[in-house]
Design a binder for this molecule. Structure first.
Ligand code: AMP
Ligand code: MG
Length: 284
């Protein structure tokens, strides 16, 4: 195991940045799902990936503590992907091991009550991270250009304007000190079929399944198109999208951990300076 008390070396950070260049969607790059393989393994093997994930999580844990101690910047991680793509598993496997006091997870369901009587960005804005915190959104404001577009929940002239709203909203958050990374989990149509079937067959997973999921599944091509448009319209330098191959859960978790580690490393949070009055004090 690597020395977990120390940050990653420059060489390993450079290697990580190179790897992430394969996942990120560059602005104006005309991203298509068909150009990426959802079962990609990058030449990793499962055992090696487990060791690397443990090392990375230890480093992320340390960076998260520094972020909290510094209390000047914040990190927003948007996890936005289709049904059964592994959002909950990613939360458990990558964010679960971190300190619950510094990581706030928000789940965005179909809006109800007060959410419906406000603009669509209101509920997300209320859950943006405070300084020193990491916020993770399990689904997000992107639903308002995804399911809303696919199911015509508002007229087209309204959802068309939202890509611009979203770019500007995220730019404002970035200007005010929030780092943003957006992660899409990529699975194939067949993989979704198999996972939904498993949810029906396994009594412990049945609670995750709604009959309405079958209706959504029939709209797969429209969802894929809506995701491609949303990703292309809103992947920016300051709020990039990463498309993560998610058919192998161990690849998915390691890739997401690298995204998180890279963002925190670039944020470079610093411990506050020592209080001179404290140095050399002996506690009796
Ligand atoms: P789940 O994540 O499986 O618990 O499902 C949450 C459901 O809420 C999904 O079907 C989402 O598409 C839906 N949802 C989330 N946000 C919105 C929204 N703004 N408008 C309509 N449906 C939404
Ligand atoms: Mg669901």
């Amino acid at each position: 195991m690597a020395d977990l008390g120390r940050p990653a070396s420059k060489k390993s950070n450079a290697k990580e940045a190179k790897f992430l260049s394969r996942l990120v969607v560059a602005p104006d790059s005309n991203f298509r799902f068909s150009k990426r393989k959802p079962d990609q393994t990058f030449g990793w093997d499962k055992e090696g990936a487990a060791v690397e994930l443990a090392e990375l999580l230890a480093r992320i844990d340390l960076l998260q503590q520094k972020l909290a101690a510094e209390s000047r910047q914040s990190l927003l991680v948007v996890l936005q992907a289709i049904d059964a793509s592994g959002k909950d598993g990613t939360l458990r496997g990558v964010f679960g091991p971190l300190s619950a006091s510094g990581v706030q997870v928000s789940n965005f369901k179909a809006p109800t009550g007060a959410e419906l009587s406000h603009d669509y960005l209101w509920r997300g804005h209320a859950r943006t991270p405070a300084t020193g915190e990491i916020a993770v959104w399990n689904r997000s404001h992107y639903e308002d250009v995804l399911i809303v577009r696919v199911k015509n929940l508002v007229p087209e002239e309204r959802w068309r304007r939202r890509y611009r709203h979203i770019r500007e909203f995220e730019q404002m958050l970035a200007d005010e000190g929030t780092r943003i990374v957006k992660i899409n989990l990529h699975i194939s149509n067949e993989q979704q079929r198999a996972r939904l079937q498993d949810r029906i067959d396994d009594p412990n997973k049945r609670w995750k399944f709604r009959v309405g999921d079958l209706e959504d599944r029939k709209l797969w091509p429209k969802f894929m198109k809506a995701y491609e448009v949303a990703i292309n319209e809103t992947s920016t330098e300051r709020a990039p999208w990463y498309v993560v191959p998610a058919e192998h859960k161990w690849v998915r978790n390691l890739a997401v951990a690298h995204i998180l580690h890279h963002a925190l490393t670039e944020m470079d949070p610093q411990l506050p300076p020592d209080d001179p009055a404290m140095l050399g004090v002996v506690v009796e």
